[in-house]
Design a protein around this ligand. Sequence first.
Ligand SMILES: *Cc1c(COP(=O)(O)O)cnc(C)c1O
Length: 362
Amino acid sequence: MPRPILATVHAAALRHNLDRARRSALDSRVWAVVKANAYGHGIERVFDAFRAADGFALLDLAEAERVRALGWRGPILLLEGVFEPRDLELCSRLDLWHTVHCDAQIDMLAAHKTQVPQRVFLKMNSGMNRLGFTPERFRSAWTRLNALPQVDEISLMTHFSDADGERGIAHQIEVFDRAAQDLPGERTVANSAATLRHPAQTRADWVRPGIVLYGSAPDFPEHDAAHWQLQPAMTLATRLIAVQTLQAGDTIGYGSSFRAEGPLRIGVAAVGYADGYPRHCSTGTPVLVDGVRTRMVGRVSMDMITVDLTPVPDAGFGSEVTLWGRSSAGAVLSIDEVARAGGTVGYELMCAVAPRVPVVLD
Ligand SMILES: *Cc1c(COP(=O)(O)O)cnc(C)c1O
């Protein structure tokens, strides 16, 4: 028998979350962002649920090929654009729209031999300082692109650094609007956090939600997934494979990082950092046993964690352990809470589920 660990991807939740994002941006078309193999859920697994999107956005050309291989004939956007000249041939062959964020990409386009002009998204660096032309250089980049026979329609794009937080987006919107003023073309500015938190200011032709589609709150802990009516799209679950009874003073696991203050029943669950469970999680990280919330105790090992069975006295060998997502009885443990306990974000946990974990779609 294989180890009892299993990741389950919930198609109904993916559909619900896409619909939720759309309801925040009723005038916009929606890119379903499926980079990083659909945030770890698997492009082939999420595809059917996301057919209702207006396009797929990602950044790996091999992933774009996979979306086309699934039969998608609508828009696909490369969020980082091309990396080398021959990528433009794939863009022509698969009809991929691509971001243009730097001069090197315009040079490649100018040298590209094609009969079919390509649709591009010109990206402005409005303050994130990662990708894009500065506001001062944006217009000249647009003019240069517009003069190329290789280029068809030009859309305008930027990305927010603080849509999930206190600083917000107003300063970047102002920069973008001023520098893009009078330029024709469709606009796209909003990620998940901007789509949900700033719907009025980010109304545009396209929105680009990613994390919300997978049921994680973009601005946790200020708001949780339930606040935004999002449903967990992934459950990571396993079972107890042993039980230990500790006495006062006994310790657990490597480094003896946890010491029992009194008698304590401990369950040993078949999941560890080699499965993608964050090693930085320590005593107190929430976990469900038979759908009942309890806490992890001690260190995360490669293949096991240990959990406090005090709130679930009937639990024993074979009991269900939910690391995040939904228990079979319907209790929910948000990936955001677990991520926070490990000093990270839900994005990283969903992307990091290890290849050795079997995944099913339900
Ligand atoms: C990843 C990404 C998104 C989606 O971000 P979320 O926070 O997951 O919604 C949108 N736009 C760009 C350019 C991205 O790289």
